[in-house]
Design a protein around this ligand. Sequence first.
Ligand SMILES: [Zn+2]
Length: 538
Amino acid sequence: MFAFHLNVPAGVTRLEAKVDFLATAAATGFSAGASTSANLAIVSWNEFVLYPAGTPAAEVKIAPSIKVPEGWKFGTALTRSSSEGDTTHFQPVPLDMLVDSPLLAGRFFKEIPLAEEVTPKHYLDMAADGPEDLNIGTNELAAFSDLVRETGALYASRHYNSYHFLLTLSDSVAHFGLEHHQSSDDRVEARTFLDEDLNMLEGDLLPHEFTHSWNGKYRRPAGLATPNYQQPMKGELLWVYEGMTQYLGDVLAARSGIWTMDQYRSYLAASAAEMDHRPGRTWRDLQDTATAAQILYGTSEQWDNWRRSVDYYPEGELIWLDVDTTIRKLSGGKKSLNDFCARFLGLDGNTPPKVVPYTFEDVVANLNAIQPYNWAGFLKERLTSKSPRAPLGGIANGGYRVEYTDQANEFVHAAESRDRGVNAWYSLGMIVGSDETIGDVLIGSPAYRAGLGPGMRLVAINGRRATDELLHQAIRDAKANTKPIELIVENTNFFKTIKIDYHDGEKYPHLVRDAHTPALLDDILKPMTKHVERRSAE
Ligand SMILES: [Zn+2]
């Protein structure tokens, strides 16, 4: 639907075309969401590039150039060739590399080299709403350098000429991460480096997107390795592309010291608990969430415990933890997923950006080369399971179990403060967002049975105007008596009184050590390299 059909007169050898790009201001949505503010801009070339149809993207050469506002600086994986005034010209690149090389420009901009002894070179390019937002701490910076070192040890290769983390710190742009071969487009809240909670919540972003340079860009599922942007992609192996990346990214966050081991365990507990409270798993298996990715990325969060969402990220993570701990157990500790990564992602050592596609059979063959086992059966069982319970075998093999207590989980608590809401998912069975509006209700939970649903607004709790703190208190108080919690809710302009008969108190997930099993999970989180710079925080 974005094709322009032209009748080119005979003898014409050159066409000039002009396209206007209208920047959106609403800071929601994925890469088409807001990307500009008064002080910065993220340029995604695919938003406005014109190219001949039907030609493989690798065969279309483009000579890009850009003019940025006076005084602005920028970072990109493109190679500069010349500049005149505020205009910079880049060396010609194939269309696929142009689309894979966004540019981050800003008035408040800083470029910091990371792990300077490592070649190829790595840069942290930051643009922010205000100059103070660029004040990254020395510990955080040291951890990013250690992330570079840890990936070298884990993946035994690099597949870029240089790598740029393009980090946008802004409250005026859409927040997400998007992987590229030689860079990543990482967008977080303006105050991420000034706020401990935000810093922790975003801790897995850079390790995740960086890992995609190996797992996703270099090694790519055959169904996603399409020659141009017209051919539909097939997402059936996204549980490798995203699931293994989610697992490795989080492990790397701990190995490089971005997260403490406690923070990693809190994260994993929260993520595993969510997958273990997903009644939709009884009708939709994990494989189908990958196959339906192009639909599920855009669906509402409401009722996604029944619809399921892009669950191949968090549940893929659980499966790859299961794979890692199973290799470690079967090999008596001699082998691990680290060996699989070096073999599968480091196939032919250091290379410039290139794509080496793979199939399900390739994944199985590479696992068997590290540790012979019925890997095809192991994976298929987990991909097609309709069990109401999540695959928590990796956590058990790792020497831990998920338990629920009335003590807040660090991640859940940080997300509650960021979103100004209440996570009562494991107690009442609902999430309440800002303005006391119910974000979602867990099918089969006390809240669900009482008649609550997403979109309804809490007006009063036990006769008083609803607040977050009052809801926490009502759940705690109900533990000591037999009276139901009484709510007045507004449902599309109608008011209703609802009683929830719940008396088990607040519940939050935690990973608890199981003394009968070796702590393989602790081994997995140990750094592979001797860190050059030691940080004071640990
Ligand atoms: Zn990803």
